[in-house]
Design a binder for this molecule. Structure first.
Ligand code: G3P
Ligand code: CA
Length: 299
């Protein structure tokens, strides 16, 4: 497989990360180097030794899960306007596959542009699972899961069916091969009803938690999830302590600045979402070589 490395296979005992072995979560693939949610970005993430690949999931009008961040196609898709603009959920898979999602990256980041990015399609989740399978770990996010159109299947049921089709469900439960995330507590609760053992992570935007509500929010999250994925600005010593008291993992997003990586690693986070898995690897290795002072009890 292009870009694959022997070192990409995750060890079952790695779990979801520890402060001494924080997980590298390739945010939309290695999306700082290649157009987000393209095979180029995912291949690169794997080659860089990322622990997890992060597909944001949107559902097409005909019920197919695709790796796409935005609810609309406008920012990243190029092609005929009647197919490649507007809400993705109103386009069929065939329509979305007729668009390409590489040119925008070359236009926006000319210093990182590559002619090979032009023409890259939106991958389906099935295609991603087929390509990498259990050689990597997965961190899918249900996007807009509460905005289902009439006739569309449930995003959660469709995701679990794909895990089954690719023999990933047992691996998710037994060795953390898959960690499912969402901003929607409803989506995570629906998954929990379908399979109480699948590990879940509740995403938190900055406005979702205040110093006053932190304990209450994390108490609630701990009833159905193994961890939280907070905006990095939420994470400080008090946040880490509150999460630790409840046994919750902390995987902040999206961290591309090396100083911010160092700050979060020093706080003892269990993993970090980054567009630059290679830069994060460098910081993690630097910390391992010269351990930083950590708050007492963060190991
Ligand atoms: O899923 C973690 C992080 O990616 C959440 O933000 O908007 O990039 O999906 P977003
Ligand atoms: Ca995401």
């Amino acid at each position: 497989m292009p870009g694959m490395t022997d070192g990409a296979v995750a060890s079952p005992d790695e779990g979801f990360g520890t402060p001494d072995r924080p997980q590298i979560i390739a945010h939309r693939g290695a999306s700082g180097h290649a157009p987000e949610h393209t095979l180029a970005a995912y291949d690169l993430a794997v080659a860089m030794g990322a622990d997890f690949l992060e597909p944001d999931l949107q559902m097409t009008a005909d019920g197919v899960l695709v790796a796409l961040h935005d609810a609309t196609l406008d920012r990243t898709a190029r092609g005929p306007a009647d197919r490649c603009t507007g809400p993705g959920r109103e386009r069929t898979l065939a329509e979305i596959r007729s668009c390409e999602v590489g040119s925008w990256f070359n236009e926006r980041y000319p210093d990182r542009a590559d002619p090979d990015f032009v023409g890259l399609p939106v991958p389906t989740l099935d295609e991603l699972f087929e390509r990498y399978g259990a050689t990597v770990r997965w961190y899918p996010e249900t996007k807009n899961p509460d905005e289902r159109l009439p006739g569309q299947p449930s995003m959660e049921e469709t995701l679990l069916a794909l895990l089954d089709a690719h023999d990933l469900r047992d691996a998710a439960v037994e060795r953390g091969q898959v960690l499912i995330q969402s901003f929607s507590p409803g989506s995570l609760r629906r998954i929990r009803e379908l399979d109480p053992e699948l590990p879940l992570v509740q995403l938190l935007r900055t406005g979702a938690v205040t110093a006053e509500s932190l304990d209450q929010v994390l108490d609630e999250v701990a009833t159905y999830a193994v961890g939280v994925g907070p905006n990095r600005a939420l994470v400080d010593a008090a946040f880490m302590e509150a999460a630790r008291e409840r046994g919750l993992l902390v995987h902040p997003w999206t961290v591309n600045d090396p100083d911010e990586m160092d700050r979060l690693l020093a706080l003892g986070v269990h993993g970090i979402f980054s567009d630059f898995p290679d830069a994060l690897r460098e910081r993690i290795d630097a910390v391992a070589a010269a351990p930083m002072d950590r708050e007492p009890g963060t190991r």
